[in-house]
Design a protein around this ligand. Structure first.
Ligand code: QV4
Ligand code: CA
Length: 512
């Protein structure tokens, strides 16, 4: 009984901050714009077997159909109702995905767009993904239903009705973000409709939520909504489990709204992480990898157990949102793999991997004017399937960074070293760095313009290890390079700075 009470108490403290991943899993992947049918297959054939903890999905609720430009990805951030039909699939397909992913230990995290409905210029009609009628001009969303009094226009004090100044917290919360009709979240009716939507998803079996545009909602309003949420479905989660909450607050410093103001509700996206890591790995502004020695809170980031971290996201990989030019993406694969590997090796934060689609970029005056292009699609606008090539990469212009060997193997590395402290840090004062995770794993990078040849204490048991970057362990041999750890824990590492992947990672599950 005492043990049970203790477990309950521990569970309650951790509560909404606990990612609710299956024990031993440590990272989730954002399958941006994927169809539910493809996600279900990916859980079974790839994510489950390789130890991914979960999937952040694109918003599952009905959205406006935008045809000028043609079916942009961002139409999904303009809700029309809480019915479950989008380009990713319908309600049955959604339920099938959640069930099949949960059954292989991969949990689903919903991108919840609850700050607003569609843009004020959205017109009226049934150009919505379930065909529900709406009128943006009169603010009539009859499929919820919401009407004019459910929106904030009376409360917003700017002349345009738009957010004009991010230094005024009232504007940021009560006015329209880029023209999006702003919901009156102080109304119990509105809170209840949102909670009803989220509870339906919880009943289906989702594990948590990304709260879109959390900066534009009052922390107290968010709390009132979260207080209405049920515990997770006991078919897959222990009784009493709270939904995992991570709030999208872009706080790069310098604004009155800070991520820390949202800690009471759950975790918060740490946008400084990708912006800084990109700057370091690109070696901009005199930054060096050796400065990463105190990476984490030492860099002014939020507490590790409150943060959700990522190298890039669906916004800043195409110039939306924040982070700027330093953000690394799949378009810079060599540096990107190093950044993702560093993130996955380092103990700070709960990690999210980005999985993207390719589009034709067109830079004009430094801005990609094709930043709106939606997922690979057929001429009728339907999203293309994710096909899998013989070499296990994806076709149809899906990038599938999560399937890149170096990234997938580092997800496994993170699981293997889970709970171990950072140890045996070494650096050359420049861009050659290495560190271990207790006696479970070790990683070393050469981002300098010269050869690395170094004997280092790994903290690992003696033996021959497979480098999981150039290959991995298969049966009783390595498909890539080997590392020999001597009886005293020391190993010799050599990395050519010209190598396609100038880093090496070893862990105890890849020991021969
Ligand atoms: C246009 C004009 C406006 C005008 C409006 C009138 O530009 O001046 O008022 O019409 O109706 C799109 C268009 C935008 C258009 C708007 C409304 O880009 O030009 O306004 O729709 O029709 C995504 C995109 C946005 C997109 C939005 C809705 O990034 O470009 O807007 O979806 O379709 C801040 C926030 C942060 C946010 C980030 C991008 O603090 O919360 O900007 N990030 C999240 C999501 C993001 C999403 C939203 C929030 C909104 O990650 O993907 O925006 O849900 O930093
Ligand atoms: Ca708002």
């Amino acid at each position: 009984m005492k043990v049970l009470l203790l477990l309950v108490a521990v569970g309650l403290c951790w509560a909404q901050y606990n990612p609710n991943v299956k024990s031993g899993r440590t990272a989730i992947v954002h399958l941006f714009e994927w169809r539910w049918a493809d996600i279900a297959l990916e859980c079974e054939r790839y994510l489950g077997p390789y130890g991914f903890g979960g999937v952040q999905i694109s918003p599952p609720n009905e959205n406006i159909i935008v045809t000028n430009p043609w079916r942009p990805w961002w139409e999904r951030y303009q809700p029309i109702s809480y019915k479950l039909c989008t380009r990713s699939g319908n309600e049955n397909q959604f339920k099938d995905m959640v069930t099949r992913c949960n059954n292989v230990g991969v949990h689903i995290y919903v991108d919840a767009v609850i700050n607003h409905m569609c843009g004020s210029g959205g017109g009226s009609g049934t150009h919505s993904t379930c065909g529900s009628y709406f009128n943006a001009g009169t603010k009539d969303f009859s499929a919820v239903p919401y009407s004019a009094s459910d929106f904030n226009d009376g409360k917003c004090k700017t002349a345009s009705g738009e957010i004009e100044n991010y230094n005024d917290i009232n504007q940021v919360r009560d006015c329209r973000l880029v023209g999006l009709l702003d919901l009156a979240l102080e109304k119990d009716y509105v809170r209840s409709k949102i909670a009803e939507y989220m509870n339906r998803l919880i009943d289906i079996g989702v594990a948590g939520f990304r709260l879109d545009a959390a900066k534009h909602m009052w922390p107290g309003d968010i709390k009132a909504i979260l207080d209405k949420l049920k515990n997770l479905n006991t078919q897959w989660f222990p009784a009493g489990t709270r939904p995992f909450i991570y709030q999208e607050v872009i706080d790069l410093g310098g604004e009155p709204i800070q991520g820390s103001q949202y800690f009471g509700n759950g975790r918060v996206t740490e946008f400084k992480y990708g912006a800084k890591l990109g700057t370091v790995i690109r070696k901009w502004n005199g930054e060096k990898m050796s400065y990463l020695k105190n990476w984490g809170e030492g860099w002014g980031f939020m507490p590790s157990d409150r943060s959700l971290v990522f190298v890039d996201n669906h916004d800043n990989q195409r110039g939306h949102g924040a982070g700027g030019a330093s953000i690394l993406t799949f378009w810079d694969p060599r540096l990107y793999k190093m950044a993702v590997a560093f993130m996955l090796a380092h103990p700070y934060g709960f990690t999210r991997i980005m999985s993207s689609y390719r589009w034709t970029r067109n830079f004009q005056n430094g801005k990609d004017v094709n930043d709106w292009i939606g997922p690979p699609s057929n001429s009728d606008g339907s999203t293309k399937a994710v096909t899998i090539n013989a070499d296990s990469t994806c076709g149809n212009d899906w990038v599938c960074e999560h399937r890149w060997r170096q990234i997938r193997n580092m997800v496994i590395f993170r699981n293997v070293v889970n709970g171990q402290p950072l140890s045996n840090w070494w650096d050359n004062g420049n861009n050659q760095v290495a560190f271990g995770r207790g006696n479970r794993g070790f990683i070393i990078f050469n981002n300098d313009d010269w050869y690395l040849n170094q004997n280092l204490q790994t903290g690992l048991p003696a033996g021959t290890y497979c480098d999981v970057i150039s290959g991995q362990k298969e049966g009783s041999s390595c498909t890539g390079n080997q590392v020999h750890v001597a009886a005293n824990g020391i190993a010799n590492f050599q990395i050519n700075n010209q190598a396609e992947d100038p880093f090496i990672a070893i862990h105890v599950d890849a020991k021969l």
